[in-house]
Design a protein around this ligand. Structure first.
Ligand code: G6P
Ligand code: ZN
Length: 559
């Protein structure tokens, strides 16, 4: 076994290393600055693992974007020097975010490091990200990310073992002696553990039967990390044709795609499904935790509706037959469609701030089985991340059980519960000063009780303000309070307007405006949500003065 010794390298704090909603997401060029990556990794290890650092086992994997391999090499050298005893590294550094969560839990490691900027574009001129997950398999809570940030402000040195090189292309265990301690790197197949788990959760033969009975699917991996998983699950296990899966080779720049599965960035899938040849379509983001589901003729299932339909049909999935249903949850801006199902089923439904990490505590406490977010995230307590492929398999399980099409299932659901019309407008990369000004004004509006009871009219509709606030959340498990989570403007008929600033962008400010209106009248169900919600959209733009303040007349993305 070869022996190595590590050294301390002096460094100084670098500004702006504050992890956001989902890790530290920055331009690749920022990460490539001297000591930038090293500083952040050193602080992550110290704050993330504390006195567990020496002797710990960690998982390392990434979405395959540019700089993943380089960062993985640095992480191995820094972990070796810091007394980590074992790293489980995915072959070639490729592992989806849900698979990392699955592997952390399966092998009971002390946590993991995920290299991804999720759905942000990749390449030398695009984004990179580093995210720390804790031993439960979920994103580190704010207490940990705050502690990491504090350390980045005072760091003076990092430890590294420069000469140690592990070969991450080769499966198997490589062992080293570092400063007299054993250190090993186990390179694993990124797909196997995850796929084995999916086979326990779902009835693959039932879903396979649905495909062989004639359901023509189209699965688009958007050149992200899910490609190998999609091929294994859909082609090898479920018997789909190779032509049923596209963009399945992970590329460092996602082939120039913006790997975000929504109606704008996954237009390819939408256009293909619109031709009517496929009965089910799905796309996933760069790191595989987001999903978009479409039916024949590009019938779109909003993430909020997806969550509600699954909530109503968990008995179609073998996993939940075993575990029972312990409760539902959604992020605050996600529509209330799932709340209606929870009420009917007499289940708790928690409303948490945006960010998957808020679900983890509820799951660990055994209070939550299924949850989702409007931002194309759906998942369950099988792991502690949202899970794109799981969502697709869950929907297919419902189809297989009900023997109905995507559209039939959705329409049946609306008939039973009514329809929560929903849309989100994104104004990407606005200048920060006016965006902050707008949020500040809205905050004043929300805290000024005198608007309650006022009427707002547009397009022949009138809404009465019932409640306005800046959403705050008290975690029912540990009592932690998270404030400033978005402005809620709620009308007397339960319609809602929500504003928040994105926490995942890497430059400027992205404003998100979420609009929701409920209709119980079946005559309305087939209408276009943009038409139904037009009056509320106008009112939202008027109250916020978004157009005047930012100069933006139109959003950059509508979902
Ligand atoms: C990431 C998190 C999600 C969250 C989303 C919000 O994808 O994993 O849980 O919903 O960010 O993004 P935003 O840009 O709206 O802050
Ligand atoms: Zn993602």
């Amino acid at each position: 076994m070869s022996s190595f010794s590590s050294s301390n390298v002096s460094t100084s704090p670098i500004e702006g290393q504050k992890p956001g909603t989902s890790g530290l997401r920055k331009a690749v060029k920022v990460y490539q600055q001297q000591n930038y990556t090293e500083n952040f990794i050193q602080c992550t290890l110290l704050a993330g693992l504390g006195d567990k650092l020496v002797g710990s086992t960690l998982v390392v994997g990434g979405d395959g974007r540019y700089y993943c391999v380089d960062a993985t090499r640095r992480i191995i050298k820094i972990c070796a020097a810091n007394g980590v005893s074992k790293l489980i590294v995915s072959q070639n550094g490729l592992m989806s975010t849900p698979a990392v969560s699955c592997v952390i839990r399966k092998y009971k490691t002390d946590g993991g490091i995920i290299l991804t900027a999720s759905h942000n574009p990749g390449g030398p001129n695009a984004d990179f990200g580093i995210k720390f997950n804790t031993a439960n398999g979920g994103p580190a809570p704010e207490s940990v990310t705050d502690a990491i940030f504090e350390l980045t402000k005072t760091i003076t040195e990092y430890r590294i073992c420069h000469s140690l090189e592990a070969d991450i292309t080769r499966l198997g265990i490589q062992t080293f002696q570092v400063d007299g301690r054993d250190f090993s790197v186990e390179v694993i197949d990124p797909v196997k553990d995850y796929v084995d788990y999916m086979k326990e959760i779902f009835d693959f033969s039932l879903i396979g039967q649905l495909l062989s009975d004639g359901l023509n699917v189209l699965i688009n991996a958007m050149n992200g990390v899910t490609g190998p998983y999609v091929k294994k699950i859909f082609v090898d296990e479920l018997g789909a044709q190779k032509s049923n899966v596209v963009n399945c080779t992970p590329l460092e720049d996602f082939g120039g795609l913006h790997p975000d599965p929504n109606l704008t960035y996954a237009a390819d899938l939408v256009n293909e499904l619109a031709k009517g040849h496929h009965g089910f379509g799905a796309a996933f983001d760069g790191d595989g935790d987001r999903n978009m589901i479409l039916g024949q003729n590009a019938f779109f299932i909003t993430p909020s509706d997806l969550l509600a339909v699954l909530a109503d049909n968990l008995d179609c999935i073998p996993y939940f037959k075993k575990t029972g249903v312990k409760g539902y949850a959604r992020s605050m801006p996600t529509s209330g469609a799932v709340d209606r199902v929870a009420k009917a089923k007499k289940q708790n439904c928690y409303e948490v701030p945006t960010g998957w990490k808020f679900f983890g505590n509820l799951m660990d406490a055994g209070r939550l089985s299924l949850c989702g977010e409007e931002s194309f995230g759906t998942g369950s307590d099988h792991i502690r991340e949202k899970d794109g492929l799981w969502a697709a398999l869950a929907w297919l399980s419902v189809m297989a059980n009900k023997k109905k099409s995507v559209e039939e299932i959705m329409k049946e659901h609306w008939k039973k519960y009514g329809r929560n019309f929903y849309t989100r407008y994104d104004y990407e990369n606005c200048e920060s000063t006016p965006a902050n000004q707008m949020m500040e004004n809205l905050n004043k509006f929300a805290s000024d009780g005198s608007h309650i009871g006022q009427s707002y009219s547009s397009g022949g509709k009138t809404y009465t303000l019932a409640k306005a606030d800046n959403f705050a959340y008290t975690d029912p498990v540990d009592g932690m309070v998270s404030k400033n989570q978005g402005i809620r403007i709620i009308f007397s008929d339960d319609s809602r307007i929500i504003f928040r600033l994105s926490g995942t962008g890497s430059s400027g400010s992205t404003i998100r405006m979420y609009i929701e209106g409920y209709e119980a009248d079946p005559a309305m169900f087939s209408l276009d949500s943009q038409d139904v919600l037009k009056p509320l959209i106008e009112i939202a733009l008027r109250i916020s003065q978004l157009r005047e303040l930012t100069g933006r007349q139109e959003p950059t993305v509508i979902t």
